[in-house]
Design a protein around this ligand. Structure first.
Ligand SMILES: NC(=O)c1ccc[n+]([C@@H]2O[C@H](COP(=O)([O-])OP(=O)(O)OC[C@H]3O[C@@H](n4cnc5c(N)ncnc54)[C@H](OP(=O)(O)O)[C@@H]3O)[C@@H](O)[C@H]2O)c1
Length: 322
């Protein structure tokens, strides 16, 4: 079958190991199902994979991609949940120490078909296109859990979203606005700040700028470059919710004094559960909020999407169609 996969790793030139080609048709284990991929979306995770993060040499070649929407074996329109937990695990899948994401242990979604446990598909409402639905399983689900489950935010609360251009960040802005929050956002780039206003931020600021208010929570995916600013943006008792470190995980100053004096919470968040994915789908269906798609490319032109993401030239999600 057609597939986009990692053949080798390179930390400096991740696209060197990317192949757009053919892989064998997958076997379907008992209890698993085959999904015909109609659309899949790119995440920074896929670039990390090409850099060798989270994958070992002996796992190559590995089909990339965590996110997909398509047709199950009965022809139903579905969204794929990317978190694969141990069959014996019950409860919150993200807490299973043996969990993996598609493309880490099991072949990913940038292919004609992806094979997943039967429990890993969620119905796609007709109101969402395959392209929109394909944005949800990683970036949007992560944003949903950060805001509402781990952040505990509700209508009327205030939130700062750092690095407005990213897939998770744009999802945070759109979801927070749809849920009735006051939304502040930062970006290094003036054009991205203007776009952030268009998609729902109430106010935008240059990265690191002084803010007019102290917020209830900060959604942090940038890491080192924005950490201090995030901590300084919080009201006493506020929370920083972190799910990524695009600019690096090593901090110049962890702001420990401020954290205990102001009794701040530092909350980690990763992906989301199947139930949260179903709630997210329902939220979009009910509110009309939609994922922001930066560009849609045929999967055969995946390299162009990877290059844009590796260069940071993205606002919203990059979607591949089949
Ligand atoms: N834990 C999870 O479950 C999970 C799920 C999804 C993603 N992630 C992680 O979350 C992070 C975000 O991923 P993504 O795909 O949404 O977006 P991304 O392409 O990694 O970009 C995020 C944003 O980071 C900002 N940024 C990058 N370098 C920066 C720097 N040096 N200084 C200031 N800002 C900088 C940029 O914002 P501006 O250009 O607007 O300033 C960019 O738009 C990644 O590290 C990813 O691995 C984790």
């Amino acid at each position: 079958m057609f597939a986009v996969y990692a053949q080798s790793f390179s930390s400096d030139n991740p696209l060197d190991g990317l192949v757009v080609g053919e892989r064998p048709d997958p076997e379907v284990p008992a209890g698993w199902t085959r999904v015909q991929v109609k659309a899949a979306s790119l995440n920074h995770h896929d670039v990390w994979s090409l850099r060798g993060v989270g994958l070992r040499e002996e796992q190559l070649p590995m089909i990339l991609g965590c996110d997909a929407a398509g047709l199950d074996e009965d022809g139903n329109e579905v969204v794929v949940h990317a978190v694969i937990s141990d069959p014996a695990w019950t409860g919150d899948e993200t807490l299973d120490p043996r969990r993996s994401l598609l493309s880490e242990r099991h072949q990913g979604t940038f292919a004609d078909t992806v094979v997943v446990p039967r429990a890993n598909v969620v119905p796609k409402p007709a109101s969402l296109s395959f392209e929109e639905a394909a944005c949800l399983p990683t970036a949007w689900l992560t944003a949903y859990r950060m805001l509402f489950t781990r952040g505990g935010l509700k209508a009327g609360d205030s939130v700062l979203v750092q690095g407005a251009g990213g897939g998770v960040a744009t999802a945070c802005i759109i979801l927070a606005r749809a849920a009735g929050l006051r939304v502040l956002a930062t970006s290094r780039d003036e054009a991205k700040r203007a776009r952030a206003l268009e998609i729902g931020a109430h106010e935008v600021f240059e990265s690191g700028a002084r803010l007019p208010i102290k917020v209830d929570a900060v959604m942090e995916t940038v890491g080192r470059a924005t950490w201090s600013h995030s901590i300084r943006a919080l009201r006493p008792g506020g929370a920083i919710v972190i799910s990524g470190t695009t600019s690096g995980p090593k901090l110049d100053d962890a702001e420990l004094t401020r954290i205990f004096v102001l009794q701040l919470s530092v909350v980690g968040s990763t992906m989301g559960t199947r139930a949260e994915l179903a709630s997210l789908v329902q939220l979009l269906d009910a509110t009309g909020a939609r994922p922001l798609v930066d560009r849609t490319l045929p999967m055969t032109e995946a390299r162009e999407g990877f290059a844009a993401m590796a260069a940071g030239d993205v606002f919203g999600k990059i979607v591949f169609t089949r």
